[in-house]
Design a protein around this ligand. Structure first.
Ligand code: ZN
Length: 180
């Protein structure tokens, strides 16, 4: 069974969010309201992802408990809050999702992604860092988001079973450049 293609976020804005006038051209970006002039830009949201590396050179992979990508593997991370730095978002998300504390991080790369939720797709820019963690690496998963974790050397089987291409690119980049 195939699901219908996702609707783009700009298509989902059928009305001006400020005055309620019908959007004359859903899907066009930006939305410019013909009645009040209110403008909505549909630029990407920002998300962060962590290539967490332990002393043995293994990477932490987490299995997703929710869509998008339910049952597939990925890297810890999440969306950046308004007025938060990417580095702070990474520290916050890693601790929320795994209980781990980041002690050192290095920028890796960015990669575009798309986040599909309830049939609507939003553009995302993923920002990846390679990270070392503090302490004894004991993990407490946020079970509402994640159902399993595994420290391992990245191999082709894992790389083929990641929920997002951006995560795969981040791990490959780390393997080839060896940050952290
Ligand atoms: Zn309006």
């Amino acid at each position: 069974m195939t699901s219908p293609p996702p609707k783009q976020l700009a298509e989902a804005y059928r009305y001006c969010p400020q005055c309620g006038t019908a959007n004359p051209s859903p899907g066009q970006s930006p939305l410019r309201c013909p009645a009040c002039g209110f403008t909505v830009f549909f630029g990407p949201y920002t998300a962060v992802g962590a290539v967490l590396v332990n002393d043995g050179g293994e990477v932490l992979f987490v299995r997703r408990a929710r869509d998008p990508g339910k049952g597939k593997w990925g890297l810890p991370g999440g969306f950046v809050d308004a007025y938060e730095t990417a580095e702070d978002a990474l520290r916050r998300e890693v601790t929320e999702e795994t209980g781990l504390q980041i002690k050192h991080l290095e920028f890796l790369l960015t990669h575009p992604n798309r986040y599909c939720y309830q049939g609507v797709e939003a553009p995302v820019l993923d920002v990846f860092f390679a990270c070392k963690v503090a302490g004894d690496n004991r993990i407490t998963l946020d079970e509402s988001e994640l159902e399993h974790y595994r420290w391992q050397l990245p191999d082709p089987a894992m790389l083929a079973n990641l929920a997002f291409e951006s995560n795969r690119q981040a791990v490959l980049h780390w393997m080839h450049h060896g940050a952290v």
